[in-house]
Each structure stands twice: as C-alpha cells, then as structure tokens.
Design a protein around this ligand. Structure first.
Ligand code: FE
Length: 349
C-alpha cells in the first residue's frame, strides 16, 4: 500500500468511527422525524381525518401520494428498492392482487390484523388486508320489477331479463372481480355462459359508471342494474332535486341471498416491499382496523367496515343484514385474466 493510500484509508476509518459514535445520538427519539409514506388510490375527504387522528395518537407524520392504483404501482416498480412507499392502499381486491403479483408488497404477520380482518378479506400470506367492503347489489325500477323476481347474478342471464339489464363496461375491474368470483363458483365454462346470457339481456351497450346505470334505471332505460352499493348510498344522500326524484323510482336487493350470498369486494392496504419505515407502516395498518379508523374509513365512501362490530353509516344500517359470499378476495385477482378473456369472448364491451 502506498503512503497516500494508507493515509486515505486511515481517514476513512476515522470517519467511520466518528459516524458510529454519532449514530446513537441520531437515532434518539428527540431527533428522529417519525414518518410513514402512503401511496393511496383512495381519495376521500374523510381520509384527512383518519390520518390526522393517527398522527395525533402516535406522533408519526403521514406523507401521502394519491393517484390511481395503476400509476402508483408503476411508480413503485420504477423506484424499485429505493421506493419510499411504506403502505399501498387500493380500492379493489383485483388491484391489491396485481400489486402483490408484481412483487410490490411483502407478507406481514400481524396478530392485530389477523384477529380483526376476516380471513376471506385478506391475502392468505398477509400481503394485503381488506379494510372496507363494497357489495355488488342489484338496483331495480319499482314500477317495473317486484323485488322477489330478482334472485341473483346468475338469474340476470335468464331470457326473462332480455333488454332490461344495465351494467358498466367489462374494462372496469369491479365487473372483472365479479366475473372472477363466478369463475370460482361455476367454473370457466359456467361463468362464460353466464356472461353470454347477461350480454344478451343488456338494455344498451355498456357506458358510464355505476351511478350512470342507477340513473338509467330510474329513467326507465333498463329495469335492473348491477352496481356497487355505495353509489346508491351517495345518491340517497344527495340533496339535488334530480337525485331525490331518481331515488324515488328505485330500490335495491342483495343478490343470491338464498345461495352463495352477495359478491363482496374490498378496499384495503398492504405493506410495501421495500418499506423504509416498516415499523411505522405496521402501526398505521394496525390503526386502520381500530374501531375509530374503521368507522371513518367506511363512512367516507358509505362502505361496510371490514371489522365486525364497527359502526355502520345510517343508510347501510337501514338496509339490514345480508348474506355475503365468503370466497377469498384473492380469487378475484387470480381469476382476473381468465375473467377478462371470457368477458371478451362473450361480447361484453
Ligand atoms: Fe367505485
């Protein structure tokens, strides 16, 4: 070793020793800025209250990036091991599963989360946990349909409903997840013949979102619509005269009440693969299933809390108890590709 190299390496050693001696000071609670980085595909005003409560209770600052789930996943993929993401929040099991399949999440064993979230609403290895439930219901026009005529999803493929069914496009993940659930129940062949029957009964070529389907039922463009329950709840809450008039004309049923039960999807969250603030991320995920957070989480979008016993919003309480399909939500993601293909073959635009 030359003299210069020797001196340099001694300097490096000294610098390392100096850094080590400082380390305990820097790690002390007084100096550490505790934070957690959330990549969220949820954007409800109530979420502000949720994160504010968490910060107040723990002193951990919440930094949030909001975008649609696909953009957030792309960002995490690009950032790789340097990703600042600690917690990923998405609003459909299919998307949570995509994040898991892309290797963007890590398994988490948490007795708190496992006790709170029913097993069918979380990934078997803990990559994601359902935090609220969204139910695919059937809305009908009261002047044209008696509720007892509506049995469930499969029955909507019956020729009796020809020209009467409204549903959004198959490009939307809600319909893909429902079809994924039907693949689990009926097999691919069964699910495909269901999709063909359903398409044959469409009142119009799919367009618009779930709220548009509900408005179309009220306007008499079709008699029944397949939608997520909270879109109806939003319409019921609305103070607009035209929404009040629409709500007067319609009502809802929970599908498949004498069979498998209504299709339940989730919004939920998981621990990011490279979470730099892992401990804080776990604290936040566990906070999400506290009674306080569950009530806020669900109320923001009129969803059902994932945790049993958490407070329901008044409209949902009024709809009463119902039977839920308890198939694991991971199935929706696993069957997503098959669902897409068969919906395409069935001509579901
Ligand atoms: Fe939605």
């Amino acid at each position: 070793m030359t003299d210069l190299a020797n001196r340099l390496s001694r300097r490096a050693l000294l610098r390392a020793a100096f850094a080590l001696s400082l380390a305990p000071l820097l790690a002390g609670p007084a100096l550490a800025a505790e934070e957690v980085n959330v990549y969220s595909a949820r954007h409800y005003d109530t979420d502000e209250a949720l994160y504010a409560h968490f910060t107040k209770a723990t002193g951990i600052r919440v930094n949030r990036i909001e975008a649609d789930a696909d953009k957030l996943m792309e960002r995490m993929r690009t950032e790789g091991v340097n990703s600042p993401a600690d917690v990923f929040v998405a609003v459909d099991a299919g998307r949570l599963w995509r994040a898991q399949a892309a290797g963007l999440l890590q398994p988490l064993k948490s007795p708190v989360l496992e006790a709170a979230v029913p097993a069918n609403l979380r990934a078997p290895d803990g990559e994601w946990f359902g935090l609220s439930k969204r139910v695919r219901i059937i809305v009908y026009n009261k002047a044209k349909v008696r509720p007892e005529e509506i049995k469930g999803y499969e029955n909507l493929a019956d020729p009796k409903w020809k020209g009467r069914v409204l549903v959004r496009s198959s490009t939307h993940i809600y319909n893909q997840s429902l079809t994924g659930a039907l693949i689990a129940a009926l097999g691919e062949t069964g699910a495909e013949s269901w999709a063909r029957g359903l398409v044959a009964n469409f009142a119009r070529s799919p367009r618009g979102g779930d709220t548009d389907q509900i408005r179309a039922v009220a306007a008499g463009e079709g008699d029944v619509a397949l939608v997520n329950h909270y879109y109806l709840a939003h319409l019921i809450r609305s103070a607009k005269p035209e929404d009040k008039a629409a709500v007067e004309k319609i009502d809802m049923v929970f599908p498949d009440q004498s069979g498998r039960g209504a299709h339940v999807n989730i919004s939920g969250a998981g621990l990011a693969r490279h979470a730099p603030n892992r401990a804080n991320a776990i604290k936040l995920l566990e906070y999400f299933v506290s009674p306080e957070a569950q009530a806020i989480f669900a109320e923001g979008n009129a969803e059902y809390p994932a945790v049993k016993g958490a407070r329901l919003s008044p409209i949902l309480a009024g709809w009463g108890e119902f039977r839920e399909d308890t198939v694991n939500a991971a199935v929706f993601g696993r069957n997503n590709e098959a669902a897409l293909k068969l919906m395409d073959r069935a001509g579901w635009k």
